[in-house]
Design a protein around this ligand. Structure first.
Ligand SMILES: Nc1ncnc2c1ncn2[C@@H]1O[C@H](COP(=O)(O)OP(=O)(O)OP(=O)(O)O)[C@@H](O)[C@H]1O
Length: 518
């Protein structure tokens, strides 16, 4: 018999997939072929319909029209159990793991009732070990999932999919939440899987990753396939195909015109409930009209520093001063009133209320303020007018202003948070991973807005694990390592020097090492 991969109809084929949500056509007559042994990138703007299509393929959604076949045989995928039985696995954008359970227990649960069926603890632990050895996915079977960093949780998701013997693996924006090193590791795993003949569908907004791994790239715009990108297409070409216009991948900005210190952080120390000192005697200033970038490998105290500035975590020692006012003990409400804008790292958790509408989320924290509050009642007209303006300005792709935010695509949810925070008068803007999950076109716009906020005289703090983003926006860069500031350096500092500093090497030594290498 002919080997399966040689057969003309080998692989997975989607034909004419259409999926509507009320008036929104999320997928319109989509054809997609996924061949064994390929990494197939799915590229498209926020809200283009990528996750919807993958949710159809995984049986989480039923299409209104269209067919799916595997190796020429039509299949109906009614639910994830069917998908897994057909060899389709999915690593979700938002993990579907059960936090209080261990890795092995999560495998046993087979959350989506996979073909693993009943599995003993011993067998599950052994399976985790086998798979983690084979694919270099270091995971302890007995670790409690909720206590693991996101990068490791993602490995657990991959192990779960592999434990079900998936031939087709869907990775829906897996790199959005990973550090650069974790991204490299994940890409190596994806290449190994491809080498074994598995097919991978890879969704990402990072064009560099597409160029690194894609055997084939299908571009979707507004629910329909635009076409396949040419092999070897440049980042600029991919971006243009995706968005439908040429876009600038660099940020145009004039040198900063600092207006004097607005934010002063003095000897800030934060001790976590576990007793670990997560921010250790940090002092820094941010001037009005300046962007201070904070670079560092995730987990080196940057998140806690940001959360302390907005009053979300208690401070152990030190002081915070904004425009000569002591804000050290402010709670979030007071901080917001003092003109602090905050874009949280975890938008789902701290950024919005999913069941509230887009319009409501755009005025969250301002419900009791003019012009939205009129006495004890809300002024519906003012709320609607604000929503219409922000949706237009930030190009938020939503059915209407009344749509619950939880049904928006990931990137559009992020735009709602940024639109809200960038639309009130600010003294200080703190933005953690501001463009996480956002498409290149929207990044261009959001970066311009952040620079415009600086030029208005606001003090801006950007925290990002994307060194490209820190470099594109920052006038000065503070590098954090193990809760301390390793150094505060000029905006244009070379990447490799920053990289060394992120590993704890002081600036002078890092620059000397660099010239030694040269
Ligand atoms: N459950 C739902 N109810 C209503 N509308 C939905 C639902 N799920 C998705 N949509 C809509 O379908 C469209 C496509 O969304 P989808 O999440 O597939 O986009 P995406 O390409 O994955 O975007 P992103 O890059 O931002 O993640 C969007 O307009 C979204 O608001």
């Amino acid at each position: 018999m002919t080997a399966r991969v040689d057969a003309p109809d080998a692989g997975l084929k989607l034909r004419g997939i259409t999926k509507r949500f009320g008036p929104v056509v999320a997928n319109s007559d989509i054809d997609l072929d996924i061949a064994p042994g390929e990494i197939h990138c799915l590229l498209g703007e926020n809200g283009a319909g990528k996750s919807t299509l993958m949710n159809v393929l995984y049986g989480l959604l039923q299409p209104d029209e269209g067919e799916i076949s595997i190796d020429g045989e039509p299949v109906r995928i009614a639910n994830p159990r069917d998908a897994m039985a057909r060899g389709i696995g999915m690593v979700h954008q938002h993990f579907m793991l059960v936090d209080p359970f261990t890795v092995a227990e999560n495998l046993m649960l087979g959350r989506e009732e996979g073909p693993l069926g009943v599995l003993s603890t011993a067998r599950a632990r052994q399976r985790v070990r086998e798979l983690s050895d084979r694919y270099r996915l270091a995971v302890d079977p007995d670790a409690v999932v909720g206590e693991l960093p996101v990068g490791v949780q993602q490995r657990v998701e991959i192990i779960k999919a592999l434990a079900n013997d998936a031939d087709y693996l869907i990775f829906d924006e897996p790199t959005a939440v990973l550090t650069p090193q974790e991204i490299d590791e994940l890409i190596a795993v994806m290449k190994d899987l491809r080498g074994e003949g598995k097919a991978i569908v890879f969704i990402t907004h990072k064009l560099r990753e597409v160029r690194e791994v894609a055997d084939r790239t299908t571009v979707i715009r507004r629910g329909a396939v635009v076409g396949e990108a040419e092999p070897g297409a440049s980042e600029a070409e991919l971006a243009e195909m995706m968005v439908g216009r040429a876009i600038s991948l660099t940020v145009d900005r004039e040198p900063a015109q600092p207006t004097g210190v607005r934010l002063a952080v003095d000897n800030l120390t934060i001790t976590a409930p576990s007793g670990v000192v997560v921010v250790d005697d940090v002092s820094l200033d941010v001037q009005g009209g300046e962007i201070l970038g904070i670079a560092g490998v995730q987990g080196n105290g940057q998140s806690e520093l940001a959360e302390a500035l907005i009053g979300l975590v208690p401070i152990t020692a030190g002081t915070l001063t904004l425009d000569d006012r002591d804000i050290t003990r402010f709670d979030p409400k007071q901080a917001i009133r003092a003109g602090i804008g905050y874009v949280p790292e975890d938008r789902k958790h701290d950024g919005f209320v999913g069941s509230f509408s887009v319009a409501e989320n755009l005025i969250l924290n301002q419900f009791d303020e003019r012009p939205y509050a009129r006495g004890p009642a809300l002024d519906g007209r003012a709320i609607a007018a604000n929503a219409a303006q922000r949706i237009e300005e930030f190009d938020i792709r939503t059915g209407s202003a009344a749509t619950p935010v939880q049904t928006l695509s990931g990137g559009n949810q992020q735009k709602v948070v940024l639109a809200r925070e960038l639309s009130r008068p600010l003294s200080l803007l703190i933005a953690s991973q501001p463009t996480r999950g956002v498409d290149v076109g929207a990044i261009e716009f959001l970066h311009k807005r952040i620079v415009a906020e600086r030029d208005r005289g606001t003090a801006v703090v950007i925290i990002s694990t994307e060194l490209d983003e820190v470099l594109a926006l920052s006038d000065r860069i503070a590098v954090m390592y193990r809760g301390r500031i390793v150094g505060i350096v000029p905006g244009g500092t070379p990447r490799d020097v920053l990289g060394l500093m992120m590993a704890g090497v002081p600036y002078e030594e890092a620059t000397a090492t660099r010239s030694d290498d040269a």
